[in-house]
Design a protein around this ligand. Sequence first.
Ligand code: HEM
Length: 428
Amino acid sequence: MKDRSNNAADPEGGRFSRRKLFGAGAAGGLGVALASGMVPGTPDVAVDAAAAAGVVPYFGDHQSGVATKAQQGLEFAAFDVVGTERSTVAELMQTWSQAAARMCRGYPVAELDDDLLAPPADSGEALDSGAANLTVTFGFGPSLFVLDGEDRFGLAHHMPAALQPLPAFAGDAIEAAFAGGDVGVQVCADDPLVAFHAIHNLVRLADGAAEVRWSQTGFARTSSTRRQQVTPRNVMGFKDGTINVHGNDPVAMANHVWAGSEGPSWMSGGTYMVARRIRILLEAWDRSSLGDQQQTIGRQKYSGAPLSGTNEFDPLDLTALDPSGRPLIPADSHVRLASAAVNGGAQLLRRGYSYYEGIDQFGELDAGLFFICYQRDPRRQFVPIQRRLASSDALNQYVRHVGSAVFACPPGASRGGWVGRGLLGTFG
Ligand code: HEM
């Protein structure tokens, strides 16, 4: 196996140079020494990342891709680790972190060479695309800790209490093909080719260590994670993400998103990701009247204003009544039932994407929302909110939850470190 670690920092600020592209050799596979706990030769992204256009720093207290301004495209994949060796997981995370740090800076996963007899070190499709605000966010699923009652990797006693498998909710139609996973990877970028390249190479590097269990492409963001971002529309035509926890609000992030000292120390500064593949029955939705659509959501379709107001960012007035004494924001509307006001203050950082998988066997659009949210504790945030929605949301007649997963996303890595080291590094 060739040495993949020959990948010195590029002084040219995240852009490819032909000089670097044809530097010394590299190849795929898990080959990085774990003993030092360092990722050798990983570019020092913290130093000049801010100066490089389209580069989101990979290293930091928190993983990127959570507080980061929501990008346009998503590639999500859930992987299952092969075998029972804990060192396999540790080496995989080390290799992936090294590759992600490079790709987030616009580099190939490893330095390219001109060895005509070996496969290229990087698959190459994004060589001319820059970093495009790429982020790669890793999380560990409950099955990494305990699977069918078995402590596969000797990690069971490190499993956070907040990382419970999600309960079944009323109306769930979860398909095994879109559920679970030992490690979840959220890749986001403003260029779909860059996002694809990242997941393509992570899959390639996982060869022999982990296999893709399921995956999802998302083509348009359905949230704003900064007030400055224009609120996008979902495939139902409604502005989505108007009310959200914003990544640049440190108080809200600390209260609702970043795990603190309440759980294991390896999760402090991390967060919990819930992913739900939610099919939207667009044929039924498209036949419903504008009035019904607005009553279902609780907001006006075109302006995004709550039915109790006139502008998008007017506060929801859940007490406002129409002339006949009925609530302007209906009792079973989506925004009322999801709002913090009726959920004991629980909030989520929503970061989902629209998806489209073509026409199904019945001639219907297989499209919907790949819902992703981040929070400090799903037991107190996603689960109770979704219980309420599942039991009474008027939106339920138009949506079907078909995929589901939950992951504990560790804190970020410091320069030269790797994501998950707090959990896995001590066993090296
Ligand atoms: C296909 C499924 C869904 C669609 C189409 C959808 C759409 C929307 C829309 C249009 C809004 C109003 C704009 C906004 O404030 O962002 C909204 C708000 C919201 N949704 Fe959803 N949503 C879906 C599923 C979910 C799920 C599964 C959850 C959480 C369990 C959720 C949580 C929220 C929250 C917390 C708000 C903000 C409520 C507020 O404080 O006003 N949504 N959603």
